[in-house]
Every structure is written in C-alpha cells, then in structure tokens.
Write a protein that binds this ligand. Structure first.
Ligand SMILES: Cc1cc2nc3c(=O)[nH]c(=O)nc-3n(C[C@H](O)[C@H](O)[C@H](O)COP(=O)(O)O)c2cc1C
Length: 167
C-alpha cells in the first residue's frame, strides 16, 4: 500500500453520505449547505454528528438557535447542491439566488427541499472543536422519510454528487 493524504482518502472512501443542513439565519431566513461529514452517533437516544468548517454560516446558525433539519437531497437537486456548497449564507441568500421547491415538516419551523428522501429534525447537544472544523453532536428529535425518492451521495472527495449506485 502507498501513503496518501486526507484529500485522496476522501476520494477513495467515496461514495460518502450527503445531507443538506437547513438552518435559520439571524434575520429568520432559510439557509442550506451540503455536508458530507455526517454519521449516526447513538441509537438510544437517537443522535447524529456532523462537521462543518469553523466559518460556515450554518454552524453559526445552529450554535445560535440550537436547531437544524438535515435532509438527504434527492437526485433532482444535483446542481443545486453544488451551488449551495460554493456560496456562504453569511454573504448571500442562496435560496433566493437558486430557488427550489420547499416543504414544511411537522415538528420544525425550518423548511426542507421538497425532493428529500430522509429528514432529521435535530437539536444541538454539544459542539466539539476538531482542528479546522466544529463537530455538532445533536439529538434527533424526529425522523421522516419518503423512500420513493432516490438520494444523492458525494463522490471523488466532494467534487461530484450522484446516486450511490449508477443505474
Ligand atoms: C458535496 C459537498 C460536500 C460538502 N461537505 C462539507 C462538509 O462535510 N463539511 C463542511 O464544512 N463543508 C462541506 N462542504 C462545503 C460547504 O457546503 C460550503 O463551505 C458552504 O459554502 C457552507 O455554507 P454556509 O456558510 O452557508 O454554511 C461540502 C460541499 C459540497 C459541494
């Protein structure tokens, strides 16, 4: 085996999970950012953890409000995911620049994409510093799903999003 760096590792372990972190900005508007640093953290109680760069607006929002909804985006959102991943909610209103169909789910006032396979309504339990990222350890308050929708995953170290199984 040859030694590799972390960028090469992320490409070689892909496909990785993908969620759109949906949060409320300070002015009450909606922000969304794709995140692949996502994993389940506990069955009982149900918990998950996700990691974001320290400067991310999404992180600022969940630290301030204590809440978020994480939605696994459906395949129609391929280009939108890349657009939301290359702009920050601190500077732009991504939902206005790249509008998508939204829906409301019971148990949260944060809207999610209409084309979502699974959505996790979470509340922040703990923020852990991890190098250049913060890890957000969250309680899962509620989970909803539409298994007729096919989800996107990240490929090639976050350069590409596509279904996990090409059909
Ligand atoms: C496919 C994909 C996966 C990404 N995964 C992560 C991630 O796991 N953690 C992270 O901090 N940023 C990740 N990003 C980058 C963020 O989405 C990006 O920094 C975004 O601008 C943050 O937006 P915000 O400042 O509005 O929160 C990813 C981007 C893409 C396109």
């Amino acid at each position: 085996m040859k030694e590799i760096n972390i960028g090469q590792a992320t490409a070689l372990t892909s496909p990785d999970p993908l969620v759109l972190v949906c949060t409320q900005k300070e002015d009450g508007s909606l922000n969304m950012a794709p995140v692949s640093f996502f994993m389940y953290a506990s069955f009982n109680p149900p918990m998950l953890v996700f990691g974001m760069g320290k400067a991310a607006n999404s992180g600022e929002n969940i630290r301030r409000t204590g809440k978020a909804v994480l939605a696994t985006p459906g395949i129609s959102l391929k280009d939108t995911v890349m657009a939301y991943g290359s702009a920050t909610g601190s500077k732009t209103d991504k939902l206005k620049e790249t509008p998508i169909a939204l829906k409301t789910i019971a148990g949260s006032d944060i809207q999610i994409p209409e084309d979502s396979r699974v959505a996790f309504v979470v509340s922040l339990a703990q923020t852990v510093e991890a190098g250049d990222h913060y890890l957000y350890l969250c309680n899962i308050e509620k989970m909803v799903a539409d298994d007729t929708k096919e989800a996107l995953f990240t490929w090639d170290g976050y350069a590409k999003v596509a279904p996990a199984q090409e059909k």
